[in-house]
Structures are given as C-alpha cells and as structure tokens.
Design a protein. Structure first.
Length: 146
C-alpha cells in the first residue's frame, strides 16, 4: 500500500468505526469514489477496482476486508506495509553516464537532469509512446504528493 492509500485507509477506518459501519459499507464508500474527481477514497478505489477481471477485484476486496478485520490503529505497521509509489519515466543515457529525463512543456520536449521536473506516466505503455532508439522507459520511485 502506498502512503497516499494508507492515509485514505486511516480516514476510512476511523469513519467506519465511528459510525459502526460494516465491511459492505466500507466497500460501498470506496466504490463511490470511482470516477469522482474529488472523491474521498480515489487511491483506494483505483487500487481495488482498476482491474477488469472480476476475480482480481474480488481478491483485492477480500484483502481490504481482511485488513479491516485485523487492522490495529496502534500498530499499523504489523498489518500494512507502506511501499513507495513508482511511476514510469523516459530517460536517455548521455556519454558521461548521467541520466536525463524527458520533460514535456507547452513550448517543447526536452531532457533535463531533475527527475522531480520530469514527465511521468502511470503505465509502461504510456511511457513507451515517448521513447525512441536513444531512450528507454524506466520505473522509478516518486515522492508522495502532500
């Protein structure tokens, strides 16, 4: 689970406990965030419902239900592992060994050394649309937006 997903999870967990909701209500709350631009649980909704396969969705729902049952707010690290979020970047390797990342601006396409200014993509396929024989798509950790 990413830090952003965990932040949503904590808010959802406390809300469910405060109002004595059950797991069905939890899934309904998450499902209600799909397609809503300013939904409360958009990261969790994407995590659970982004797949088209019914069995994959059921498995992710089951994982969340188990988490809800076993979650301890006092020691969350025992039930949840926070993994860094990763995105896809396009980079080229210069002759001196430095990596330069694709930057997309309204003016032009360019490469710079700063990953935090680079264009990133959610999928490898999206990143590969911007590659050429001198570049490649790579998956790297990104800092969480706060």
């Amino acid at each position: 689970m990413t830090q952003a997903e965990f932040d949503e999870w904590k808010e959802l967990y406390y809300r469910l406990n405060e109002f004595s909701f059950n797991v069905h209500r939890m899934l309904d709350e998450i499902l209600g965030s799909i397609g809503v631009e300013r939904g409360i649980y958009t990261k969790l909704a994407k995590r659970v419902y982004q797949d088209d396969d019914f069995m994959a969705i059921s498995k992710k729902q089951s994982e969340l239900i188990n988490l809800f049952i076993n979650y301890s707010p006092d020691t969350p690290e025992k039930t949840i592992e926070i993994v860094p979020e990763k995105k896809w970047f396009v980079h080229k390797k210069d002759f001196n060994g430095d990596y330069r990342f694709l930057k997309i601006s309204a003016k032009d396409l360019s490469f710079n050394y700063k990953k935090n200014k680079a264009a990133y993509f959610d999928t490898k396929e999206e990143a590969e649309l911007w590659t050429n024989p001198l570049t490649e798509a790579v998956q790297l950790e990104v800092e969480e937006e706060r």
